[in-house]
Design a protein around this ligand. Structure first.
Ligand code: ZN
Length: 133
C-alpha cells in the first residue's frame, strides 16, 4: 500500500534563486541539501507537514532535469509516494501493466531506495516510489 505523498519534486533552473523563493514561501530553511551524482542533480528538501518539497537543479546537460526544463520549463517534475515494500509494489504494478523507467530500486536522495514509473503509463505524470533505507 502507498503510505502517503512523500514529496513533490520541482524542477528549477537556478537553485540559489528557488531555494530563497521556497524558504520565503514556506517560512523555513531547507533541512537538507544533497547532490545526487548518479542523477546529475542538486536537491534541496523542505519539510511541510508529513510531506516534503524537493527542489531539483541539473548539474549537467545530461541530467533528466535539464531535459525536462528544456522541454517544459520549470515546474512540478514528479510526485513521490512512500511505500513500505518497494519490490512488492513494483511486481504489483507491473502485473497491472504499468511501465517502469527503472524497476530495480536504486539509491535516491534523502537516503531512499527509489523506482520511477514511466509517465506514459500514468497520465503523463512521473511517479516515484520510495522506501526508507
Ligand atoms: Zn523525488
Amino acid at each position: 500500500m502507498f503510505d502517503k505523498i512523500e514529496h513533490i519534486g520541482i524542477a528549477v533552473k537556478d537553485m540559489a534563486v528557488s531555494k530563497n523563493l521556497f524558504s520565503l514561501l514556506l517560512n523555513q530553511e531547507p533541512y537538507k541539501e544533497e547532490a545526487v551524482s548518479s542523477e546529475n542533480v542538486n536537491t534541496v528538501f523542505f519539510q511541510t507537514g508529513e510531506s516534503k518539497i524537493e527542489l531539483l537543479e541539473a548539474i549537467s546537460s545530461e541530467s533528466a532535469i535539464a531535459k525536462f526544463i528544456e522541454k517544459k520549463g520549470e515546474g512540478i517534475h514528479h510526485i513521490a509516494f512512500a511505500v513500505k515494500d518497494i519490490l512488492y509494489e513494483v511486481d504489483r504494478l507491473k502485473s497491472e501493466g504499468f511501465v517502469f523507467i527503472n524497476e530495480t530500486p536504486k539509491q535516491g536522495a534523502d537516503n531512499k531506495l527509489v523506482v520511477f514509473l514511466h509517465p506514459k503509463s500514468s497520465n503523463s505524470v512521473l511517479i516515484e516510489l520510495c522506501q526508507e533505507r
